[in-house]
Design a protein around this ligand. Sequence first.
Ligand code: ADP
Ligand code: MG
Length: 670
Amino acid sequence: NDNKTNNIKVETNGHDNIKENKVVNETVQDLQEARRQLPVYMVRNRLLEEIKKNETMILIGETGSGKTTQIPQLIHEQRLEGAGTIAVTQPRRVAAITIAMRVAAEMNTEIGSIVGYSVRFEDVTSPRTKVKYLTDGMLLREAIIDPLLKKYSIIVLDEAHERTVSTDVLFGIVKLAQKDRADKKLNPLKIIIMSATMDVDTFRKYFHNCPVIYLEGRTFPVTIYHSKMKQDDYQYAAVCTIFQLHATTPANHDFLVFLTGQEEIETVMYNIKQIAKEAAGPPIRVCPLYAGLPAAKQLQVWRDPPPGTRKIILATNIAEASVTIPRIKCVIDTGVVKERTWSGGTGAERLAVRAGSQAAGWQRAGRAGRTQPGVAYRLFTADDFRSRPLHQTPEILRCPLASTMLLLIAAGAEPSTFPLIDTPPPDSVKASLTLLKELGAIDNEVNPKLTVLGKKMSTFPIEPKYSKVLLSAPEYNCLDEVLSLIAVLSSENVFHTPMHKREEAIKVKQKFLSPLGDHITLLNVFKAFCKAPLKKQWCKENYLNHKNLTYACEVRQQLLAICHKLNLTVSSCGQAYDQVLKCLLCGLFTNCAWQRGGAGGGGRYVTAAGAAAALHPACALHAARPAPPVLLYTELLATSRTYMLTVSAIQPHWLHQVAPDYARRCRANR
Ligand code: ADP
Ligand code: MG
């Protein structure tokens, strides 16, 4: 899912290779034969009837039944799209690319002609394109330019159950576009919602009780086993289960193991290969499958291993519903997913490992019953499973709202009346509009329109507070510094403090320490990291986290590219760090805290919202004496008491300089 929502996304390398993802060893006849075997193909006439008849419909079908690859083709074969184009959205960029490649191969055409795809930074379409696969984020961007999405006659919102913010917002956008186009007598818009499993009732109500069509899948029964006891280490449990099964099941039974990400998959793959040298059972071929994997390796997943060899696929939840792998007999479900969460700080995306929903559990188990009866081993207890939420909480209820609101307004919608399937609490909507107004992104809170600044802010994939900081930077001559700083703030902790070497780590940290506070300290770290020739080694010596700093570099690259597009001057303020802090305050003015009882009040502070807060012991300013009268914090952490994290000292009059209205309101409240 690559898009401009509220979070930073990093391009995964390797996707360039996907372009060479030619369908190998399969002739056009083979492909046509395979198509005819798919459940969707068998009921195509009835389906096409329904598609012709209904303005909006929901289509539910087991993963692998051919929804994503076949339905757009069938529609196009009948020319139902007329003069327009068919858009098919995918939450994941890899899925959009690989599926478009597959469909182009099936239609025996060049990718980018009749069939194309569009993902961030890559548009492989032409004016002739009639079937266009694109990420939900890309379609949303197109909606900002043309809210009626006039060039599309049919929009297919696929993988609806994923409920990404972009898809949720798109549901509303297409619903309004359909109505507006009808009212204005423009070309009609047909909407098709597709999903494997879904809470259909909610969707049906949302789309004016539209018809729901269930595809009969050719599914076979799957027997599900749960662990008897809680597993502390799911990777270890997965490897044990693999080898227990390996010793007792025939070689032609392929295994599919669900893990959370590339690193984990690589570790487990290594362990399997080591153990396989000694283990009983047939030879093993291990195939990884994750978003950033080079194409040649991805293809292994779809290739048959030599006879008598067992194939073990280690996949992220990309194999849950987005892509289909045939011949899986046995699923091993660790029960965990990587879920996007948003840091309270920049609102940048972070991935956290969480227990999956029950729906995800059924979906994963279902992968075992596609071509024969199968088995699924859940590496968690039945009680654990029952205690899990039925569905994952939609992203829109979990993420910060200011950016979603900014996006909606950018797409010409009115936040108070915009029809979202799940409405966030009105108070948080109101608070986010107030913030956008104070940031200068919108002109008013009642019927908001984007300002010129707001329009620019909406192009950055980060929280509006931080895009405001970036856009203010040229004025303070410090875009170079601010880009680095925001990149570091967007990654996880760059300091690595091992328990057994705490003292040593803290001592080493001293050399980066700035008396101005944590922000400039982080900037010092980042600058030193960029200069270090042997980064991995250097990080080790300096007790820094190499992975998180590398991530920060990638984020910086992306933000820089957007700054270039907006013609912002990237200059440096050198050592004049006051400039950096003032600039930071331009976006973060709501994050100030004043010393209680004025100077001499000790380390006790009160925030603008009136909450008591203390400096976290890890702050650079924790031991500063006298304690600074006014602070700028990045994050508040509420434990037994409220702590401010990543803090710098600022001059009391700065707030009046950079945000006079807010400063006045703030003073009145205090
Ligand atoms: P759905 O959207 O219903 O889950 P798809 O249309 O994605 O189903 O897939 C239908 C079938 O097409 C799958 O069962 C699989 O056999 C085949 N298929 C899809 N993509 C590929 C691919 N990249 N390589 C080989 N086969 C594929
Ligand atoms: Mg699909």
